[in-house]
Design a protein around this ligand. Structure first.
Ligand code: GRF
Length: 288
């Protein structure tokens, strides 16, 4: 049971002990305070008294647990935990600003651009990126996440392909929307269903051409050049169960010059991505 919770919350054993301690101390302090308050109001303990006691501890415990979590260094965990409870109490309808997870497998220049826009500059307000999801422990995006102090969820293929394995973790972080920025694995249908219409991908070509399985990174640019295309570009689209297939939100072209290589084209594409991606995400979020 504890192991299951530990996995769900993605915390190590030391952190788990501190979290449980915060629950226990916060809960006891809350019980003690509610008892004192009620005795001041009415010293006679009867059924109504007990009923009020239960109501008061239900209302006060989040405050006490949050308070105790500060000296134990677990404030951010409980902040997210309580947000999630309120989110569920509201019937899954998130009344607050969008909370984003970026899925990335590589260098992470797009992730960096989005982090700068949403978490640092004021232009991206009121959305926030709260999680980076990565399948590659040597990917550049991990040090970028550290620089911006955003937690990284390292995922394993076997678990990811189970479909719903990581959903509790995404919910735990209060993730409302997912942005794929150079993420190489196919999103399992359980995640697509759970986040229907709320997953966006950036593709380095003008879909519907040069999309589908195996069409990523230089493979795309090589294919575009080999086909003698005079232009390429970027596509930002919603994600469904089929590779590179969802509704197109934005496209922007660039010209191919004679002697264009995969590297020179990748550079042009990255420039377009960095120029437009964050603004497009922001506009898309505002319409959701
Ligand atoms: C981008 O060109 C994106 O379109 C593609 O993968 C590349 C990722 O680049 N899906 P980076 O890791 O964001 O620098």
């Amino acid at each position: 049971m504890l192991k299951k919770l530990q996995r769900k919350w993605e915390v190590d054993s030391g952190r788990m002990i501190l979290i449980l301690l915060s629950f226990a101390l916060g809960g006891s302090l809350c019980g003690w305070a509610a008892h004192k308050i009620l005795l001041l109001i009415s010293p006679n303990i009867n059924l109504v008294w007990i009923l009020f006691y239960l109501i008061i501890i239900t209302l006060l415990w989040p405050f006490f647990v949050l308070l105790i979590s500060i000296p134990l260094g677990q404030f951010s965990f409980f902040q997210n935990f309580l947000k999630r409870i309120f989110y569920q109490l509201l019937g899954g309808k998130n009344s607050g600003p969008p909370v984003l997870a970026i899925f990335a497998s590589g260098a992470g220049s797009n992730a960096e651009n989005l982090l700068q826009y949403f978490n640092v500059s004021e232009q991206g307000e009121p959305a926030k990126i709260s999680l980076i999801v990565c399948n590659n422990s040597t990917a550049g995006v991990i040090s970028i996440a550290e620089k911006f102090e955003v937690p990284v969820l390292h995922i394993k293929k076997k678990n990811f392909e189970e479909g719903d394995h990581y959903l509790p973790t995404l919910k735990h972080y209060g993730i409302t929307h997912i942005i794929l920025a150079g993420f190489l694995w196919k999103i399992p249908s359980q995640i697509v269903k759970e986040y229907k219409g709320k997953i966006l991908n950036i593709h380095p070509a003008l879909l519907p051409k040069y999309g589908g399985a195996g069409m990523y990174g230089k493979n795309v640019h090589n294919a575009v050049i080999a086909a003698g295309e005079l232009q390429s570009g970027i596509t930002i689209h919603e994600v469904d169960e089929v590779y590179d297939n969802g509704k197109t939100i934005f496209q922007q072209e660039c010209k191919l010059e004679p002697g264009e290589t995969a590297d020179s084209l990748a550079k042009k594409i990255h420039q377009l991505e960095h120029k437009h991606f964050a603004e497009v995400v922001k506009d898309w979020l505002s319409k959701k």
